[in-house]
Each structure stands twice: as structure tokens, then as C-alpha cells.
Design a protein around this ligand. Structure first.
Ligand code: F6P
Length: 507
């Protein structure tokens, strides 16, 4: 691989540290225990258990200076064309505040405010209706963000609805809902930025018909192509627009968050936006060394490019954050899973890692064996919550003790003459501690991950806002559908042809 002119500066530090365990680095510099930590509003972050030292960090921050991450953040919030392949800005920050002061960012902010007022009116109408259940029909960014927030903030909500999420084109998911819900008391919310997504249109069509001619009054839609939603059958006044300049995986802050507003009430939804805006202000305003998103992004770069780790675990120690690994899978892997730069040239270093994870303490009893003693090192983000939303103090103390134990055991390990019982340690992790899980802290944390993702893309010179990689599969699925339906229609690919024969023979 041809070295990256800037990332190359990390090489000598990696060579020095690769055989220097985290435990030694920690012992040599006790100050780092507090020095490598930051607080931003309700979030405390500690990077002391990462496998770098001060000299390596200096090199990382020098990379950040040379690439000018501060200016890159300003370009983002000001609405410059950071999404080069689609020739447009990425204006998700304008959904949360007027932090971008350029005319384009301010226009996006005002239009988002207008869309939110329309959404608030529909939320009030639904709250006053006899509807008890709402189905959010959408996939990818039109599902994961709303689903994560509704699930994570179930203790914080004033909304009175039962929310259901339908994403998959697998009919089992839809069939289950059709058999458990009452169409007279259910509202259907079609969420699709493009209003072209196969899964959403297929599920939506069945639900539109299930509601019936009268029930269409309970059909709602969110799209950047509102005309398409109206043509599909949603009453015009129940179709909310969203901006073309907001990417699907960055869109929960827009009208895509309708389900969140229904679950939390508008006040809760606005608190989510204000938590994110607080993080935006921090990230755009603070110098690199005091900037949490910059620390987080540089740590990811260090683990991926200097130490060569290919995956990153997301380990929330809070049952309510169960969808966080799924949500971050889309945010990070769709944004950073690229092998060409924004100018179309091939990258010559590793980019986005595989993101995966699960909820502690449960996952300690499934894959943690491998995290402790497996041959691959997997850096992890541990996420804890200081104050729970329940009164079972014994449970919460045990949960926090497990969280602390795992981060310590992974980093420092434990020696033993018996190799089977030896814990090598030297497994890096970052700890994020939320004072409590509420709309503000969740908003701030998700905005942190968005900014970290963007900053990594800037360092690598790739586009965090397109996702061309998903298009070929969609196109082939369209082409293959006739051959799945009709056994006399054939496919050109020899393996697909044989598999189709097998399917048709067993039907
Ligand atoms: O297939 C990927 C994708 O385009 C995601 O980026 C997006 O979040 C998802 O599909 C859903 O798209 P839409 O909101 O347009 O239905």
C-alpha cells in the first residue's frame, strides 16, 4: 500500500507502541488517567485505555492540524458541497440549530423549522385521535434512527402510542403486524427519503390497502419527494417534506423523526435536537485538543491505520441502547465503507472498520471470550449510564461493576502459568459515560458519532455522504424478480441459474 502522506507520520509511533502493552503505557504515565478525558455537557469520555501515548497523540493531533479538521467542520455546517459525488451539502446540523451562518445553511435551518411545525401539528392531531398504534414503515436511515431513539427513550416519553417498526421485505414481519393490530386504531407512517425503496413501497402498499378507503385518513408519509407520496395515496396534508440535502443515516433529526415525536411528544423531540445542537456547538467551537469528536475520530484512525485493527465493537451497558450497534453500523459502514476518495482515485490505506456489538452485560456471556483471548484485537467503545431510570439499585450497581471490570480486564489482563487461564490484556477501549439516558444526552452522543464519522472521512479524503455501493444489489434484485416469479424466465449468471432451479423445484 502506498503510504498516506499524513498518516505516514503515525508509523514510527505504532512501531514503538505495538509491543508496549497498554498496562505499561498506563503505568508510565498516571496523569493520563485524568488527562485523557473530556466532558461535554452530559457526556464524560475517557480515552486512557487506548493503546497510544502522549507522543503518538501529538502526532495524531498534528495530522488533524495539517488536514485542518476545524475548517472541515466549518465547511460542513456552512453547507459546502461535502457530498461531492452527489454535488450537494450535508445539512443535518441545520436541522438542530442555526450554527451554520451561511445563506444556504440558514435557509436549510428555516425550512427545517417550518417542516417541524407541520410535524408538530400532525402530532397534536394524532394525540387527540383514537389511534393507539403507529407503524413506522421505512428501512436503513428511515428506520434505525427512529427505532433507536424510541427504544432508548421509552422512559422519557409523554406520547401515548405503541410504536411498531416495519423495515424488512420479509413478509413475516408484516404478516405479524396484520394479525396483531386493529386497522381502525392504527396509523401508518411511510418514511422514505427517495420514495423509491422497494421494501418500503411493498410494505406500504399492503398497509394502505389494509387501512381501507376510509382508513387512508390514517396514512402519513415523510419524503423528499412529497409528490410521490401523494401519488401513492397519502393525503396531501399528511405528507411531510424533508430536505434532499440530509442523508438518510443522518436524518432522524428531520421529519423522519415523526415516530420519535409521537413516542416522546414534541417537547422530548426538541430536547433531542437541543442535545445534538449542544454537541455541534462544542465540536465546531472547541480547539482540536479539547474537542471530543476530534479525539474520537483520531482514536479510530489510530486503531485502524496505525495498529491495523479491522473491526470496532460498540458495547452499550444499557438495555435501552440495544439498537445502538445496528444504528452505528449504518452510520459508520455506509459512510466510511469506501475505497475511492472523493475525487474518484483509489485509497491506498484501510478505511472504515467493521462495526458490530451488543448490550452488556448479556454479551459478556456470548462473544466476550473472544474479546479477551481471541487472536484478533477488537477496540471497543463502552457506553455506560450513571443514573438509571429505575429504582433497582442493586441491579444498576452490578451493571456498572461489570462495565468497569470488563474495561479493566481487557486493558490490563492477568498473567497465569497456564495459557488457558492467561488474559493477555492490551485490548483498547474508550469509555463514554452518560449522566443519564434522556433526549439531550442521546442527542449529544449520536451527534458525537456523526461528527467523528465525518472527521474520519476527511482524514481519508473519502465521501461520508454517498452510498453507491448499495445500488448494484438493488438493480440486480429488480432484474432477477421475473426469474423468481416465473420458472421459465432465466438468469444469465450460471450460479444464480442453478440456485433458481433449486428454488423452483422445491416450491
Ligand atoms: O439502501 C441504502 C439506503 O439508500 C440508505 O442510505 C437509506 O437510509 C435507505 O436506503 C432508505 O432509503 P429511503 O429513505 O430513500 O427509503
Amino acid at each position: 500500500m502506498r503510504p498516506h502522506p499524513v498518516l505516514d507520520q503515525l508509523g514510527p509511533h505504532a512501531a514503538r507502541l505495538i509491543h508496549n502493552p497498554i498496562a505499561h503505557v498506563l503505568a508510565a504515565d498516571h496523569e493520563r488517567c485524568s488527562g485523557f478525558s473530556l466532558r461535554v455537557g452530559p457526556i464524560y469520555a475517557n480515552f486512557a485505555r487506548q493503546k497510544y501515548d502522549r507522543a503518538a497523540l501529538d502526532a495524531l493531533f498534528a495530522v488533524a492540524e495539517q488536514i485542518d479538521l476545524k475548517q472541515a467542520l466549518q465547511r460542513l455546517v456552512d453547507g459546502e458541497w461535502v457530498n461531492v459525488s452527489e454535488q450537494r451539502p450535508a445539512l443535518h446540523t441545520a436541522l438542530r440549530s442555526d450554527i451554520g451562518q451561511s445563506p444556504i445553511a440558514l435557509a436549510a435551518y428555516h425550512s427545517a423549522q417550518q417542516q417541524l411545525s407541520q410535524m408538530a401539528a400532525l402530532v397534536s392531531e394524532l394525540e387527540a385521535s383514537t389511534v393507539t398504534d403507529v407503524i413506522n414503515v421505512g428501512i436503513g436511515g428511515s428506520d434505525l434512527g427512529p427505532r433507536l431513539c424510541v427504544e432508548a427513550l421509552r422512559n422519557a416519553g409523554s406520547g401515548r402510542f405503541r410504536l411498531h417498526f416495519l423495515a424488512n421485505v420479509d413478509g413475516h414481519a408484516l404478516d405479524h403486524l396484520l394479525h396483531t393490530l386493529d386497522p381502525e386504531r392504527t396509523a401508518v407512517l411511510l418514511v422514505s427519503k427517495s420514495f423509491r425503496t422497494q421494501e418500503t413501497l411493498l410494505n406500504g402498499a399492503v398497509l394502505r390497502d389494509w387501512l381501507g378507503a376510509q382508513g387512508v385518513a390514517r396514512l402519513y408519509a415523510v419524503s423528499s419527494r412529497p409528490d410521490a407520496a401523494v401519488a401513492f395515496g397519502a393525503p396531501e396534508r399528511q405528507v411531510l417534506a424533508m430536505a434532499e440535502t440530509v442523508g438518510g443515516r443522518y436524518s432522524l433529526w428531520s421529519t423522519v423523526g415523526f415516530a420519535i415525536a409521537l413516542a416522546l411528544g414534541m417537547e422530548g423531540f426538541r430536547a433531542l435536537l437541543s442535545g445534538a445542537a449542544q454537541m455541534d456547538a462544542h465540536v465546531v467551537g472547541q480547539p482540536l485538543r479539547q474537542n471530543l469528536a476530534v479525539w474520537h475520530a483520531l482514536t479510530a484512525i489510530w486503531n485502524r491505520n496505525a495498529l491495523g485493527f479491522g473491526s470496532q465493537a460498540i458495547l452499550p451497558y444499557d438495555e435501552r441502547l440495544g439498537f445502538l450497534p445496528d444504528y452505528l453500523q449504518q452510520l459508520v459502514m455506509e459512510s466510511l465503507g469506501k475505497s475511492v476518495r472523493s475525487d474518484g482515485s483509489a485509497v491506498e490505506h484501510a478505511t472504515g472498520p467493521v462495526i458490530w456489538g451488543g448490550v452488556g452485560s448479556s454479551v459478556q456471556h456470548s462473544f466476550f471470550q473472544s474479546l479477551h483471548q481471541g487472536t484478533d484485537t477488537v477496540p471497543a467503545d463502552f457506553i455506560g449510564v450513571v443514573r438509571p431510570a429505575h429504582t433497582l439499585a442493586g441491579h444498576h450497581n452490578a451493571l456498572l461493576a461489570n462495565l468497569l471490570a470488563q474495561t479493566q480486564a481487557l486493558a490490563t489482563g492477568e498473567d497465569n502459568d497456564d495459557g488457558n487461564r492467561r488474559y493477555p490484556g492490551d485490548r483498547p477501549s474508550t469509555l463514554l459515560l452518560l449522566d443519564e439516558l434522556n433526549p439531550e444526552s442521546l442527542g449529544a452522543m449520536l451527534a458525537l458519532y456523526e461528527h467523528s464519522t465525518y472527521l474520519q472521512s476527511v482524514i481519508w479524503g473519502i465521501n461520508a455522504f454517498d452510498q453507491w455501493g448499495v445500488e448494484l444489489g438493488k438493480r440486480l434484485a429488480d432484474q432477477l424478480l421475473p426469474a423468481v416469479v416465473d420458472k421459465d424466465s432465466t438468469a444469465t449468471d450460471p450460479v444464480t441459474r442453478i440456485v433458481l432451479q433449486e428454488i423452483h423445484a422445491r416450491r
